[in-house]
Write a protein that binds this ligand. Structure first.
Ligand code: FEO
Length: 398
């Protein structure tokens, strides 16, 4: 894609990545890709805000060359050192001998750690401003949105917030970069939630702290480093991120995420009975089969719904391994404050339920109930499961 002017003299110079299969080596993006957004502000001085992943350096340099004589670049603003944004830095530095790197104190050490860069660095402090001529950049320290060095940059006169990972989302930009010109806003919002649940969720408290720092700053455009640029309704993505972030310490939405693992369908049968009970209470349910679905797609529902039903058998004295993997990732991502229940078949000793309860306690999930059953579910087991579904649904609504 060509550069896009987002305000007079302010340009999106991002690149799309449709090649990487796993973002951070973990999260599937092969279906829709991702964008690494960067921005150029042309004034009496020229500032570049963020870069791209190293493998896309050529595309990125082509973007810059279309707008500016790279050797004349004055500033390279590093909002965040993760290499999806800083990977092209050495290439750009080599071509821009006058350019000064700007970043927070922890960025200085990381520049050496990642790239051996120790010169041409200006260390910033929170709230510091830099005049580019007619325009001013303000640098706001927003630690742990996503790493400890992370900051956001605010273009004062145009009220544009360059927020890096904050307010970002998966999904390459399909020829249109704005919330009002993209062809499927719902897709990008869903991919923003998946990105949030995969990457940002453990730092929810830091997101809310960052938002407080911007509370008094009017924002006309939210320009993150992944996903859409929000110019028609910047409040929309701010509202969504705020709502999602609140779930780290407050109950999420009414709904149940049902997780299924099964070997010979006995646990699937009992899950069906429990779902009848939940449906009878009018509570929405999303079912994920952990055997087939990557945790990346499960975490968003776990994060935004306050109920969890874990249905998985005992395997070699422990909870079904792929279910353990999903619960382990939920724990890592700090999925907490849930109403939860367990169901699962076992053949001799059991053990699945105990593992579930241990994980639930670790994540501060309130266990509404649960039981294991020998072999196949009998009529009494199915009735009990329906009743457990009702109990869980009522707890979620309470
Ligand atoms: Fe998009 Fe934390 O890097």
């Amino acid at each position: 894609m060509k550069p896009v002017e987002i305000r007079p003299g302010v340009y999106w110079v991002g690149v799309n990545d449709r090649v990487t299969e796993l973002f951070e080596g973990l999260w599937p993006i092969s279906a829709g890709g991702i964008s690494y957004n960067a921005y150029l502000v042309r004034d009496e001085k020229t500032a570049l805000i963020d870069l791209s992943k190293e493998m896309l350096s050529e595309d990125y340099l082509a973007q810059l060359s279309a707008l500016v004589d790279i050797p004349n670049l004055d500033y390279i603003v590093i909002n965040h050192m993760e290499p999806d944004h800083s990977g092209a830095l050495q290439r750009v530095l080599a071509l821009a001998p006058k350019a000064q790197i700007l970043g927070m104190p922890k960025t200085v050490r990381m520049l050496n750690d990642f790239y051996g860069i120790t010169e041409r660095i200006t260390q910033l402090s929170n709230g510091e401003e830099l005049s580019l001529g007619k325009r001013t950049l303000r640098f706001v320290y927003t630690p742990f949105v996503h790493w400890p060095e992370t900051m956001m940059t605010y273009l004062v006169e145009d009220q544009v917030l360059f927020s890096c990972d904050g307010f970002g989302g998966y999904g390459a930009l399909d020829g249109a970069i704005f919330d009002d010109t993209c062809s499927d806003l719902g897709y990008y919002e869903a991919e923003a939630l998946r990105y949030f649940a995969n990457i940002v969720a453990p730092f929810s408290k830091s997101v809310l702290k960052a938002m407080a720092k911007f509370a008094e700053m009017p924002i006309n455009v939210v320009a993150p480093s992944h996903g859409l640029v929000w110019r028609q309704d910047p409040g929309r993505i701010i509202h969504l991120y705020k709502a999602w972030s609140e779930y780290y310490h407050a109950p999420a939405q009414v709904g149940v995420t049902a997780l299924l693992g099964t070997m010979y369908r006995n646990t699937e049968r009992i899950l069906s009975a429990a779902l009848e009970g939940i449906a009878a209470e009018g509570v929405p349910v999303t079912v994920h089969d952990v055997r087939k679905t990557h945790a990346s797609y499960i975490l968003p529902d776990l994060w935004v719904q306050r109920g969890v039903l874990v249905a998985a058998p005992t395997y070699e004295g422990s909870l079904f391994p792929t279910m353990m993997d999903v619960l382990g990732m939920a724990d890592r991502k700090r999925v907490t404050l849930k109403q939860a229940a367990y169901l699962g078949s076992y053949a001799w000793s059991g053990g699945g339920q105990a593992d579930f309860e241990r994980m639930a306690e670790k994540m501060a999930w309130e266990v509404v109930g649960g039981f294991g059953f020998l072999g196949s579910p009998k009529a009494a087991d199915l009735d009990r499961a329906r009743e457990l579904g009702v109990q869980l649904a009522r707890a979620v609504k309470a």
